[in-house]
Ligand binder design. Structure first.
Ligand SMILES: *Cc1c(COP(=O)(O)O)cnc(C)c1O
Length: 432
């Protein structure tokens, strides 16, 4: 299990996470169950932060993209790690503020923020609003005026970089719903517009080229184009944009096929390009922001399920059904994302079967994976799906009126619930 340092196998052949026996966790908290290793999350934060210190003289900030996994406790952890926080909705902002996360370290993203969301962010003093389009810019300026505030903004820019990842998670090309394009002149136009407005202060430019990316070249190219744009803005307007936000998107290891990069290699490579481009254009080196989401929490999380029915269809496949599915992890149904699975109570045994791991929802597409190598699995076994810390709980639904599982945080052999399991009462709580 190369996904994560927090996973081990104990003397009983049980999978452990953060020193806790998964079989015991399942007994204590029930299944399905999300488990997240706190030390792994904190180590990922530190790794990004240290890389900014080491390769860029500390002149930058790492903002955790909270959509990867958002709850109050993760916001508190991010605060204690001196991270910034990205939010994309009223709900994520509310969660962060409810956890006491300082508003000035929050960045508000999104391609279609509502009037209500913009005013909420203004009233709460959110540090930076990443403006997606002109319609938003004009409304933000007006609301800031009405509320008597000056608001710091950055623009979401499509740098025209093709990141080699799944179509649904590519966001840097012209045909994207996010941001304004460089090559059409749209970006320059909106910058000039912002410079005429009284209530917005243009601090930065931002790009985010996609997710689950394993190559460094797209990031390097994006950084270069963004600085060239910043220099062009200075040339045409005399205004110097001081911050460059390069977004997130760093890939993590879901199966043995993925060769994950070290998080610090991102800053190491990108800082070279930033420094060189700045030197070439005599442009001052910007304050840098990074926004990792998946790579902060993804590999530190697992999901535990109890195996129910097993259906062997001769010469076709074996369905192993678990007590969760697309409701707690829709990523296979959405983009055929591959995961590694382990029989947690037989983790010391060799993987001798290949199975289709199915959920319990009324959808044939409700699968967690196909062709998954796994130990000899029987009904009643405990299955762990690995690297589910990101985009699982945050994408979970109540389809078929299934309850969202609890999230348990483990650290140094101890466990605690950080998100309670939903109850039947919760399911009907909004029904009239
Ligand atoms: C989703 C997103 C991120 C985080 O992406 P990951 O792939 O999870 O690292 C960062 N910035 C923006 C603007 C995003 O939309």
């Amino acid at each position: 299990m190369k996904q994560s340092d927090c996973l081990k196998v104990n003397g009983q052949g049980h999978l452990t996470i953060g020193g806790c026996d998964t079989v015991e966790l399942a007994k204590e908290y029930g299944t399905p169950l999300y488990v997240l290793d706190e030390s792994g999350v904190r180590a990922a934060c530190r790794s990004y932060r240290d890389s900014i210190d080491r390769f860029y003289g500390g002149r930058g900030r790492v903002c955790y993209a909270s959509k990867a996994f958002c709850c109050k406790e993760i916001c508190r952890i991010m605060d204690s790690e001196q991270m910034g926080l990205d939010v994309v909705s009223e709900g994520e902002l509310y969660t962060a503020l409810a956890a006491g996360f300082p508003a000035e370290r929050i960045c508000f993203h999104g391609n279609n923020k509502t009037d209500h969301e913009l005013c909420y962010a203004l009233r709460e003093g959110v540090g930076l609003i990443i403006v997606d389009n002109e319609y938003e810019l004009m409304r933000l300026d007006r609301f800031a005026d009405e509320l008597g505030k000056k608001v710091s903004i950055a623009f979401r820019i499509k740098p025209g970089v093709d990141a080699h990842t799944h179509d649904f998670v590519r966001t840097g090309q012209i045909d994207s719903k996010f941001g304004v394009a460089l090559e059409t002149g749209e970006a320059m136009e909106i910058v000039k517009k912002a410079l005429t407005l009284q209530n917005v202060v243009l601090k930065g430019v931002h790009c985010h080229i996609g997710s689950q990316i394993f190559e460094l070249e797209p990031f390097e190219l994006a950084a270069q184009r963004m600085i060239e744009f910043m220099a062009q803005v200075r040339e045409e307007t005399g205004y110097t944009i001081e911050e460059l936000d390069l977004g997130g998107g760093f890939g993590i290891c879901y199966t043995e096929k993925d060769a994950a990069l070290r998080y610090d290699s991102y800053m190491e490579k990108v800082s070279v390009v930033v420094k060189e481009t700045c030197e070439r254009l005599s442009f001052p080196q910007p304050f840098m922001m990074l926004e990792p989401g998946r790579s902060i929490v993804g590999s530190s999380g697992i999901t535990l399920y109890t195996v129910g029915s097993i259906k062997e269809i001769p010469n076709i496949r074996t369905y192993v059904a678990v007590d969760g599915g697309m409701t707690d992890n829709p990523r296979y149904a959405l983009y055929q994302s591959e995961y590694e699975a382990v029989v947690a109570n037989k983790a010391d045994q060799p993987k001798t079967m290949k199975v289709t791991l199915a959920g319990k929802c009324c959808e044939s597409g409700d699968l967690l994976g196909e062709n998954m190598p796994i130990q000899q699995v029987e009904s009643g076994d405990l299955v762990a799906v690995l690297s589910t810390g990101a985009y699982n709980y945050s994408m979970a639904s109540n389809y078929n009126r299934l309850c969202r599982p609890a999230v348990v945080m483990v650290k140094d052999h101890a466990s605690r619930v950080i998100v309670k399991r939903e109850t039947m009462e919760d399911l009907v709580s909004n029904d009239l």
